[in-house]
Design a binder for this molecule. Structure first.
Ligand code: ZN
Length: 406
């Protein structure tokens, strides 16, 4: 499907862009792949409660990576899916007495307008699972040929046993998390409790699609791997450079994606796995079950400047679990105004060192809190001793690098 409109990215010339370093969830601090191309797959929303601030924070982090790589003259290929058929979506539609497609479409619309308002660059391919059955089936056939699929009462499972060598926790711990996040470790007849479902045969009252694996629908992990490998197809190992998402996707989702691709292609899936921290509200974890989600659209409908929301999210580090509060938002609004005032001056403090320092902050695992501090110091200095006509440079740089259009 169409993603939201692109934004003009002002080019930044005359600055040094070192290779971006990030903290990979298994490798630790590492440089992203150097070279002229970069491919990134970010796991998309299940469209039933979009877009809460946790989603926004995640897509914002990968937007910074995208922007940095584009400014480093790399050709970026960015794919994002929409999990528009999944248990939570069907459950929510049933609870609210809605058609699941209607619920999904309305939430996708909301999500794209929120992404646009927050100035998050759109993916090159924004792919609904329900538009992808052919390529998912093709991927499953490849997986089946590798001998790692088996059938259990009409459902197909991936046999993960041969690939568990790098499991980052005990089987018991993994089974517990697997059960919490959509897995079925207790199901009798499975070869291994951690085997994930790849194709679920149709359940009464649920939507289904015809395939050579029967009438049903795909499992979560195979959707992302099939979509990523289709749209970022190449002969390289790893197949894509980065898979990203929230830290709740580390296990089982991204772990299983990696093992499924190993089985299907005999190659690694992603060069790096990068995850964002969770956003809490007033000291509590923000979650569906607690009913304390804060939505981007609600804030915007109240008249909040999307750039203040963006600033508030950038003021914490993307990988730390952090809190949202009205104080944080108010503070961000004040800071946005302060920088806007500085940018409106005819004479400001010099911009070159500021811009190069922001680039170096970003290169250092997206250290946005430092970048914003520098920007505020520059605004203070501009007020006291502004003497050069360079506000345009700063304005273009923070637009291009941080997505702050002030
Ligand atoms: Zn995914």
């Amino acid at each position: 499907m169409n993603s939201w409109p692109k934004f003009y990215l002002p080019p930044l010339e005359g600055y040094q862009f070192p290779d971006l370093k990030i903290i990979d969830s298994s490798k630790g601090l590492t440089g992203l792949k150097s070279g002229s191309t970069f491919s990134m797959y970010v796991c998309g929303i299940t469209p039933y409660d979009a877009t809460h601030l946790g989603h926004a924070a995640t897509y914002l982090a990968f937007d910074l990576i995208n922007r940095y790589q584009v400014q480093s003259s790399k050709s970026v290929s960015f794919v994002e899916n929409i999990t528009d058929i999944d248990d939570p979506l069907l459950e929510r539609a049933k609870r609210d007495g809605k058609e699941w497609q209607q619920l999904a479409d309305s939430q996708i619309d909301l999500f794209t307008s929120d992404m646009s308002a927050l100035r998050i660059l759109p993916p090159d391919h924004f792919i609904k699972v329900t538009d992808s059955f052919d390529l998912i089936e093709k991927f499953m056939m490849r997986l089946n040929e590798s001998g790692y699929l088996y059938i259990l009462d009409g459902d197909y499972y991936f046999s993960v046993t041969d690939f568990l060598t790098d499991l980052p926790m005990s089987i018991e711990q993994a089974s517990e998390i697997f059960a919490e996040r959509g897995g079925d470790p207790q199901r009798a007849g499975k070869k291994h409790p951690l085997d994930p479902v790849i194709w679920l045969s149709n359940r009464e009252g649920e939507p289904g699609w015809s395939s050579s694996f029967g009438f049903g629908r795909p499992g979560w992990h195979v959707e992302c791997t099939a979509i990523a490998c289709h749209f970022i197809e190449n002969e390289s190992d790893p197949i894509i450079d980065l898979q990203g998402g929230g830290s709740d996707l580390i296990f089982p989702h991204h772990y299983m994606c990696a093992q499924i691709v190993r089985a299907a292609y005999g190659r690694n899936f992603a060069g790096n796995y990068v995850h964002t921290g969770m956003i809490g509200l007033d000291g509590e974890k923000m979650s569906k079950s607690k009913g304390n989600l804060v939505f981007v659209s609600e804030l915007i409908n109240k008249g909040i400047d999307p750039m203040a929301i963006r600033w508030a999210l950038l003021s914490g580090h993307y990988q730390s679990d952090r809190q949202w509060s009205s104080e944080l938002l108010n503070f961000a609004s004040l800071n946005v105004e302060k920088v806007r005032t500085a940018l409106s001056r005819t004479e400001v403090a010099a911009s070159n060192d500021l811009i190069q320092s922001i680039i170096l902050d970003l290169a250092n695992n997206l250290d946005t809190p430092s970048s914003l501090d520098r920007l505020l110091s520059w605004a203070d200095k501009s007020e006291k001793e502004g003497n050069v006509n360079q506000s345009g440079e700063v304005s273009r740089a923070i637009d291009a690098l941080l997505g702050l259009t002030l």
